[in-house]
Design a protein around this ligand. Sequence first.
Ligand SMILES: NC(=O)NCCC[C@H](N)C(=O)O
Length: 301
Amino acid sequence: MTKHLINLYDWTADEIEALFESADRLRSRPKRERMLEGRTFLLFFPESSLRTRLTFERGIRELGGDCVMFPPSTLDKREELRDVAGYAANWADGLIVRHADEPRLRELAESSPIPVVNAMTSLSHPCEILADLYALKQRRPDYRNLIYVYVGPMSNIGRSWANAAQVMNLEFRHVCAEGYELEPGEAYPNDVATLRNYNFYTDIEQALNGSDVILTDSLPDDLRTPDYAGKYQVTAERLRLANPGALLNPCPPFYRGEEVSDDAIESEQFVGYAFKRYLLTVQQAIILSLQQTGKKEGGAK
Ligand SMILES: NC(=O)NCCC[C@H](N)C(=O)O
């Protein structure tokens, strides 16, 4: 059966650990083999996309594969997605898609004979969080026993961290103003009440106290206010409440003076740039793992 990466909750902890082993193997080979020789990937990204697109494109080419670029609107035509995928499978080996509409991406995956990778929707961003977890594992082999705090209103990044917390059994704290709790079913198909590891806080000091990994995402317009910053901006002073060695990993693009202060970014706890170093390798590992499981068996009909 063709396997896809649409949301982290479709994968098991064992599959994620196996993915990390595959990333280790890739990094241990100074000269990458041309493991994707003869394979072509269709990449659907907006013009303005930077990091994810660059790392997918370079990662595929580094392994000998080819990429063809399309804007995401290519998937918004009247043609049914199963037909788009059915034809594409004649000439392509995978679809890597950034598209706001996650249900539509899932619909594409359900009928696609070739693997589909979610390169960000408005609900989730699994590749980014897998790369961050892998980076974290390099520094903290005990990464599954740490306390994670996501500061801010829920976003695709926040939800994917909540998904990762479920799948990997991580202790996950979410802090924001009242009313910003995860909604039932928003981050996981089951009711939020059944989320094993989700705890909502309104007091940032309390949430940061004793934590190990601090996460943020850029803020929506209505929260770019002095009032929000006063209550929830991650500052160097607030970071001192976290455990010694705690790491600050704001999701790019981050904005100093909004969700994070300048002194927090300048602090030794900031690991943002370093963490993204592994994005390319982890995305290569994702593609390779899906190529192994899926294939247009017997060709398209
Ligand atoms: N590096 C990235 O791929 N950036 C993620 C941006 C997340 C942000 N919440 C967004 O939806 O634009």
